[in-house]
Design a protein around this ligand. Structure first.
Ligand SMILES: [Zn+2]
Length: 386
C-alpha cells in the first residue's frame, strides 16, 4: 500500500511540474518539456495527455525542428476558466475578472462610504455577482475568488483586526464561500500586492523583494528567497505600525507615532483638508499645477516614507523595494525625497545593488495577486511543497 501511495504522490508532483513549465514557458514540444523537467519522454507524454483531457493544455501547429518530423507545440489553455480578484480597500472595492494567466477581462471599482462589516459585505457580494454575470463561457467557469483585505487574517480566513475599517473578528472567507459556493483565498492586501508584482509585475526577476502598500494605511508584503514570508502566526509585514515618532500621536492600533500616521494617503489627506482639498486626485491636480503647499505635502510624505523604507532595508537587505497602493499616483513627487532619505539613513552595504521602484501594475497589484492566489490554488491544488 505504501508503494502505491508514493507512486500516486510522485505522479501528482510530476503533473504539477509539467503544467507549471507549459504555463510559464509555452509554446513547448513534448521533447522540450522532457528536457526542461528531466522527466522521461514516456512520462511527459502520459502527463500531457492527462492535462489535455483536463482542458488545461492544448496542442497547436508545428514548431521549429532541427530536421525530421516537426513537433506539435503545447500551450497553456489560459481561458479554461476565470478567476475573481478583489481588493477590499478602506475607501473602495476593486474587483477584476481574469483568465488563468492574469489578463483582466472585466473590472469594476466602487467607492466605499460605509465601514460597518455587514454593509460592506453586502456591497462586496453585489460587486462579485455583477462580475460573474460578465464571465465568458469556459470549461471550468469561475475557478475561485481571491481577496486582499486591509487587515490581519488568520488561517481560517477570519479578519482578526482591520484598524482602518474598524473591524474585528469577521469570518469573511467562510461567508463568501457560503454565498458563492466557490473556493475563496484571502490574505492581507500587501501580501497579495507583493504576489501580484512578483507574478505579473515589476518583481518577476527578484527573489528578495518587499512590496510597500501605501494607501489609507501602510502595509508590506515580504518575499524572501522567492516565497512570501508570513511570520510564525502569519501576521508579518505591519510596517505601518512601527514607531517613527517616540512621543507621536495615538494610532488606531493602540501604539503611538506609527509610520502610517505620517506616510500614508490617510495622513496626507488629513493635512490637505486644511487646504480645502478632500481627495487624493484633487491633491495630485494641485501638485501638477505646481502649488507649493501640495508639493510640500508630497515632499514631507516622501521623507517619512523614506525613513520607513530605510528601516526595512537595514532589517531585511532586500534587492528590490516596490512602492504600491494608492500612492503610486504620486510617484513624480515622492521619488526624490524617498531616495534622498534612504541614502541618508540606510547602511551603505545594504544599499548597494538595491533598487527602489514603483509598482508596475499600478492600482492592480493587489487584485491581480489576489486573482493569482485563486488561480494557483486551482491549478496546483494537488501540489506538494518540496
Ligand atoms: Zn499603529
Amino acid at each position: 500500500m505504501q508503494t502505491t501511495g508514493d507512486q500516486f504522490l510522485v505522479k501528482k508532483i510530476n503533473k504539477s511540474i509539467v503544467l507549471e513549465k507549459i504555463r510559464t514557458e509555452s509554446p513547448l514540444s513534448r521533447a522540450q518539456v522532457s528536457e526542461l523537467t528531466g522527466l522521461n519522454k514516456g512520462t511527459v507524454s502520459a502527463l500531457v495527455g492527462e492535462l489535455i483531457g483536463d482542458h488545461l493544455v492544448y496542442e497547436i501547429g508545428l514548431g521549429q525542428s532541427s530536421g525530421g518530423r516537426k513537433p506539435v507545440m503545447l500551450h497553456f489553455h489560459k481561458t479554461a476558466g476565470y478567476a475573481v480578484g478583489i481588493e477590499l480597500g478602506v475607501t473602495f472595492i476593486l474587483t477584476v475578472l481574469t483568465d488563468l494567466e492574469g489578463h483582466i477581462v472585466a473590472e469594476q471599482r466602487l467607492p466605499l462610504d460605509v465601514k460597518q462589516p455587514d454593509e460592506v459585505f453586502e456591497r462586496l457580494v453585489q460587486q462579485v455577482r455583477a462580475l460573474l454575470d460578465r464571465a465568458p463561457q469556459s470549461p471550468y467557469g469561475i475557478i475561485g475568488i481571491g481577496i486582499g483585505v486591509p487587515g490581519i487574517v488568520d488561517a481560517s480566513g477570519t479578519i482578526l483586526f482591520a484598524p482602518n475599517l474598524q473591524w474585528e473578528s469577521f469570518p469573511l472567507k467562510i461567508k463568501l464561500e457560503q454565498e458563492f459556493g466557490l473556493p475563496v483565498t484571502i490574505d492581507n492586501e500587501a501580501n497579495v500586492g507583493a504576489l501580484g508584482e512578483k507574478q505579473y509585475g515589476a518583481g518577476q526577476t527578484s527573489d528578495d523583494l518587499i512590496y510597500l502598500s501605501v494607501s489609507t494605511g501602510v502595509g508590506s508584503g515580504i518575499i524572501l528567497g522567492g516565497r512570501l514570508f508570513r511570520g510564525a502566526s502569519g501576521f508579518s509585514g505591519e510596517i505601518g505600525h512601527t514607531s517613527i515618532e517616540v512621543n507621536g500621536r495615538r494610532c488606531s492600533c493602540g501604539n503611538r507615532g506609527c509610520l502610517e500616521l505620517y506616510a500614508s494617503e490617510g495622513a496626507l489627506l488629513e493635512q490637505a483638508a486644511s487646504m480645502g482639498i478632500d481627495s487624493f486626485d484633487q491633491l495630485v491636480e494641485r501638485a501638477e499645477a505646481g502649488a507649493p503647499e501640495a508639493l510640500q505635502l508630497f515632499r514631507q510624505t516622501g521623507e517619512y516614507l523614506g525613513i520607513g523604507i530605510a528601516n526595512i532595508i537595514n532589517s531585511f537587505n532586500p534587492g528590490l523595494i516596490l512602492i504600491g497602493g494608492q500612492m503610486v499616483g504620486a510617484e513624480a513627487w515622492l521619488r526624490n525625497p524617498v531616495q534622498r532619505v534612504v541614502r541618508q539613513r540606510s547602511l551603505p552595504y545594504h544599499r548597494e545593488g538595491l533598487e527602489i521602484r514603483f509598482a508596475s501594475l499600478k492600482m492592480h497589484s493587489a487584485v491581480l495577486g489576489a486573482a493569482y492566489y485563486a488561480i494557483s490554488a486551482f491549478l496546483y491544488k494537488d501540489r506538494v511543497t518540496l
